[in-house]
Design a protein around this ligand. Structure first.
Ligand code: MFK
Length: 628
């Protein structure tokens, strides 16, 4: 015991003091424990610690990171708009919205997180009600979304082909403060897009006007019910829901939807198999049609739906995700019979773009907080901002975020051009290719960058009520829903083959034109890197065309990553070549281009896609169990 006491440090003194207090309150403390845990006055140096005996926790409190106006804090966003959409009204709207986010909305977002939705299955009198109760903050988010035009801007098109960019910039500012309200907005936007593409008419004309409304009283959100127990990614084979034709031309849907996000929506688009007069359906994707259904009746009660339960999720806890039994849900078929997947693909395009916007928004937000914190936190005698290694880490995150931002804005620019009839055939191809590429790549970047961001707050980044851990949890879903990384990599192959390679031709032509316009000598190293990567990619694709189909499938993910990195490099170079660009823009481009821009070539060179590889991979994964 004496030996132990001699080694008492300041820290263990505090622990001993705490333990002593705790134990001395307990009547069952044994004599041995009392001897081991000595009272504070017996500890050497106790008097010098007196200032701690009253407060107990000392006098130093670390300043928290402050959220400042995310628009004014974002020089890349401002530069991008100055270059492409130099409009005072847009600038002013985003600046004012940025203030509103700091002043009130960010707090609501936190409220959504700590007051998650709950399901009320029965009323007090035993009647089944299936009511999803959300927080008041979640309700306010809905009103705000209408007022701020977060969906409407994309359909009003006041800024022509740049309206989508404007809308997505606003969503990018909103997303990290939104308490995940961006999820229902993504699906709402996607539903509006589908309805518009089909031609707005009965029975969805009213729905369209509500989805795109700025009036909170009129505004509706939409669900996108695609996932069933058998079919997560494999929608074509896994959808069991059937649609029974009614004499009035409508349908009744019966089935089980396994993940329905933001289930408090007013309407939904969903897939089902139409039954013939014998009750038979067509299997596979060709048997699927797309339906519109209002979720609630005029009394606000779900109709033809039982909410089985709400999901208990890693993140996105602010938002209700439910399992739904469809038990004769009244619905209207919107697509031709058997064209359900092709029809809902418009929705997938929009929700995947929203997903990419949320990914880059999360990266930007964690960086804004981390760089603010670095001016408030001292360690080893100086502020974090004065530690070069810390700045190197944040700078690497910044480079990732810039690359992601420019890629996502490029996709938004392209969809804006397509929707306003300005897109060339080449741009339409590019949009098809870059949508899955941006979604899959930024989803992964977001997890990595936000994880790194949490580390920059030390242990505080791991503490729940700082709000930081929720950012990481919410980022994790970005690479899962709306198509996992591998499913989207295969979607890249799908669009290459369906377009007979035209999407790739568009990609090469446009990337080269971006490089050709870069004239700054300081960027020549980066230009050469992208150019080399592009040539390598072209040669790889030519060689891959002669291989068995399994080869390119095995290369799909690395191919998608290569397409993303090369294109981001070209965009960073292009942005840095603009006359209003800063030194940081050029530096970011140079740094980006230092990495392996074309991993599909380096991995092919070491035989990763040889036909010998799959059995070796499988043996590696299952080695232990095959030994058994
Ligand atoms: C903050 C952001 C929040 C975002 C909101 C999140 C809410 C969460 C809601 C969800 O998670 S909903 C579930 C999302 N589920 C998926 O994303 C499913 C992932 N699986 C796929 O994407 C599969 O690739 C797919 C279901 C599309 C495959 O189906 P098929 O039937 O095997 O596809 P097939 O036969 O290749 O194509 C059928 C038609 O669709 C073809 O048209 P055509 O017959 O005219 O040629 C394809 O060209 C077309 N198509 C398929 N994918 C497309 C597409 N068209 C355009 N873009 C695409 N991506």
């Amino acid at each position: 015991i004496m030996a132990v006491n001699r080694q008492v440090t300041r820290h263990s003194y505090r622990v001993f003091t705490g333990l002593y207090r705790l134990l001395s309150r307990s009547s069952s403390v044994s004599m041995v424990q009392k001897v081991l845990v000595r009272p504070p006055q017996d500890v050497p140096g106790a008097e010098r610690q007196a200032e701690f005996s009253r407060a107990g926790i000392g006098g130093f409190f670390q300043e928290r990171p402050m959220l400042k106006n995310p628009f004014l804090e974002d020089t890349l966003l401002q530069g991008y708009l100055k270059r492409h959409l130099p409009n005072e009204a847009v600038y002013s709207d985003l600046r004012v919205f940025g203030e509103r986010l700091v002043r009130e909305v960010d707090g609501w977002g936190r409220e959504c997180e700590v007051t998650p939705p709950r399901l009320v299955t029965y009323d007090p009198w035993g009647c089944r009600v299936d009511r999803i109760v959300t927080s008041p903050a979640w309700q306010r988010m809905k009103d705000l979304s209408a007022q701020e035009g977060l969906v409407a801007i994309g359909y009003e098109r006041r800024y022509g082909e740049w309206s989508r960019v404007y809308q997505m910039c606003k969503l990018y500012l909103y997303s990290p403060s939104s308490g995940l309200y961006t999820c229902p907005l993504a699906m709402t936007d996607g539903a509006a897009k589908v309805i518009q593409s089909l031609g707005v008419s009965w029975p969805v004309a009213d729905a369209f006007s509500r989805l795109t409304s700025r009036d909170p009283e009129h505004f509706w959100t939409s669900g996108q019910w695609m996932t069933e127990r058998r079919g997560g990614s494999d929608v074509g084979n896994g959808t069991e829901t059937v649609a029974l034709p009614q004499s009035d031309g409508t349908y009744r849907l019966s089935g089980f939807k396994w993940f329905t996000s933001a289930t408090d929506a007013d309407m939904t688009l969903t897939l089902a198999r139409v039954t013939d007069i014998d009750g038979q359906t067509t299997s596979g994707s060709r048997g699927l049609s797309m339906f519109y259904a209002a979720v609630r009746d005029e009394q606000g009660m779900v109709q033809g739906i039982e909410v089985q339960r709400l999901k208990d999720k890693l993140g996105t806890r602010q938002m209700p995700t439910a399992e739904l039994l469809l038990d004769g849900l009244p619905a209207h078929r919107l697509s031709e019979e058997g064209r359900g997947v092709a029809c809902i693909a418009n929705m997938l395009t929009v929700t995947r773009i929203h997903n990419s916007v949320s990914a880059v928004a999360g990266m930007r937000r964690v960086l804004q907080l981390a760089r603010d914190y670095a001016t408030r936190r001292s360690a080893f005698g100086k502020l974090l901002r004065d530690h070069p290694l810390h700045m190197q880490t944040l700078a690497r995150m910044e480079v990732e975020t810039r690359g992601a931002f420019l890629l996502v804005m490029e996709v938004c620019r392209l969809i804006g051009r397509e929707e306003t009839g300005h897109a060339s055939q080449q741009e339409t191809h590019l949009l098809r290719l870059l949508t899955p590429v941006a979604k899959l790549y930024t989803g992964k970047q977001a997890v990595a960058v936000i994880s790194e961001g949490l580390e920059s707050f030390g242990g505080q980044g791991y503490i729940e009520d700082t709000g930081l851990p929720a950012m990481l949890r919410d980022a994790q879903v970005l690479s899962i829903w709306e198509g996992t990384t591998n499913v989207l990599s295969l979607d890249v192959l799908r669009c290459v083959s369906r377009s007979s390679g035209l999407v790739l031709q568009a990609y090469f032509t446009h990337t080269q034109s971006l490089l050709a316009a870069a004239s700054l000598p300081s960027l020549s190293v980066a230009v050469r890197s992208v150019d080399r990567a592009l040539s390598g990619l072209r040669e790889f694709l030519q060689a891959a065309a002669l291989k068995p189909p399994g080869f390119i499938e095995l290369a799909a993910r690395d191919l998608a990553y290569s397409l993303a990195r090369i294109y981001m490099g070209a965009l960073l170079i292009d942005h840095a070549s603009w006359e209003g660009a800063s030194h940081s823009d050029a530096y970011a481009a140079l740094r980006w281009c230092e990495q392996d821009l074309c991993p599909v070539v380096s991995k092919a060179a070491i035989g990763c896609y040889n036909m010998k590889t799959p059995p070796l991979d499988a043996a590696l994964v299952y080695e232990e169990s095959t030994r058994d």
